[in-house]
Design a protein around this ligand. Structure first.
Ligand SMILES: Cc1cc2nc3c(=O)[nH]c(=O)nc-3n(C[C@H](O)[C@H](O)[C@H](O)COP(=O)(O)O)c2cc1C
Length: 397
């Protein structure tokens, strides 16, 4: 497994004479498994062409905050969310000053303000510029804000001076980027997670659904991505924002979700079924809105296919975790589910308690597998997700 597999690196190329080395930095990052997108500053574009960077990165190069098309979907915010790490190499004195003073004067600086991704800078400039107290103060300020500063090399410079300020070798920069990511047992693994409440249409305006918000599933999506997994998120009706680092596929009904899961399942190492899928769907949803008439209306329902059970029946089944939302005989029902569906682990969720489970920000669950039963005490859903994964990894990976 390459150290940057599945990692999204946003490379900022700014106006230094050493910007000509940017294509090589992209190649070295790609060699380590990274996906690279490039933001070119106005200064950077004087030293290297957009075309070279596009050809090497195999992606459109972003160079304009005022790009009407990109900003339709708030391009600068999206790029900030896409990035796992923002590397500026080379970082010009001007860009460093702008970032240190919190400016959002161009695309690159706007993305940096709008992103929570780790920031790394490789300053490259004339030795006197590098020594200047203004530049050094700006670097100290960025360092205090947890940015990683890659120390420049010393030697002869393009201008004829000798001293500190040269951009280090591309492979050294790429290796320093790789060091920022801790490898975990989920690094590079394909994980499919379903979440949310399915919607079964009764007629064009009404449906059968449930109270699931997608919060627990999204906490697992976030955690798996944080641990380096490549996550496919198949979601029904949810009240939480999607994680842009996942591959997101909407599947509203139980049948659509079954199809979406089976379209993807071959590639997966782990399947986590958190979605609250309706057990039944309308046999014949009405094509037109059902009008009020008789006092009683009987809707004929038909069983939906059981996604988790069907995945567990596959010859090359992935490791499977199911969720069991119960209101009574919780433990017994969950253990039966583990056995009947033949999955590897079941997470029991007592949804009768309004303080936990559906729609709440907290949860309290029991991890059940053939070999163990562990209570996970009440906590935020993100902490619960971390604990579920920790126990699962210890037993199965
Ligand atoms: C020939 C030439 C070489 C330059 N080299 C550097 C350099 O290596 N590092 C640097 O910080 N600025 C350098 N500059 C100055 C920057 O290009 C200038 O500050 C520019 O505004 C930076 O643009 P940016 O912030 O859009 O990247 C150079 C300027 C010229 C004309």
């Amino acid at each position: 497994m390459k150290p940057l597999t599945n990692k999204h690196i946003l490379l900022g190329v700014s106006g230094s004479i050493s910007a000509y080395k940017a294509p090589d930095i992209i190649r070295r990052l790609q060699d380590l498994g990274a996906q690279v997108r490039v933001v070119l500053t106005a200064g950077g574009s004087k030293f290297i062409t957009e075309l070279s960077l596009q050809a090497i990165s195999k992606n459109k190069v972003f160079d304009n905050l005022w790009d009407k098309e990109a900003e339709l979907s708030m391009g600068h915010i999206e790029l900030g969310k896409w990035a796992d790490l923002i590397l500026i190499a080379p970082a010009s004195a001007n860009v460093i000053a702008n970032i240190a003073s919190g400016k959002a004067c161009d695309l690159l600086t706007s993305i940096i303000l709008a992103s929570d991704a780790k920031l790394m800078l490789a300053p490259a400039m004339n030795q006197q510029m590098y020594k200047s107290s203004a530049l050094q103060d700006n670097l100290t300020c960025l360092n205090e804000r947890q940015a990683v500063i890659i120390k420049p090399d010393s030697g002869s410079q393009a201008c004829g001076d000798i001293g500190l300020g040269r951009l280090p070798e591309s492979n050294l920069i790429a290796n320093q980027v790789a060091k920022q990511f801790k490898s975990t047992q989920l690094t590079g693994k394909n994980i499919l997670i379903t979440l949310g409440a399915t919607i079964e249409p009764i007629d064009p305006v009404r449906f059968i659904s449930n109270h699931s918000s997608g919060k627990m599933g999204m906490a697992l999506v976030d955690c798996c991505i944080e641990m380096g997994a490549k996550v496919t998120c198949v979601y029904a009706n949810i009240s939480v924002p999607l994680n842009q680092k996942a591959r997101n596929i909407q599947a509203l009904s139980g049948a659509q979700m079954h199809q979406a899961v089976f379209d993807e399942i071959d590639q997966q190492t782990i399947f986590i079924a958190v979605a609250a899928v309706s057990d039944y769907a309308l046999k014949n949803p009405a094509k037109q809105k059902i009008k009020k008439s008789a006092d009683n209306l009987i809707l004929a329902l038909t069983r939906n296919q059981d996604i988790l059970a069907d995945v567990c029946k596959l010859n090359n089944k992935p490791l499977c975790i199911g969720f069991s939302a119960e209101t009574q005989n919780a433990l017994e029902n969950a253990k039966n589910k583990l056995k009947n569906k033949a999955c590897d682990a079941i997470i029991l969720n007592d949804v009768a308690n309004a303080e936990i489970g559906f729609n709440s920000d907290e949860n309290e669950v029991i991890f059940i597998s053939k070999n163990q039963q562990q209570n996970i005490a009440k906590n935020s859903k993100i902490k619960i997700a971390e604990k579920i994964l920790k126990i699962f990894i210890k037993e199965f990976l």
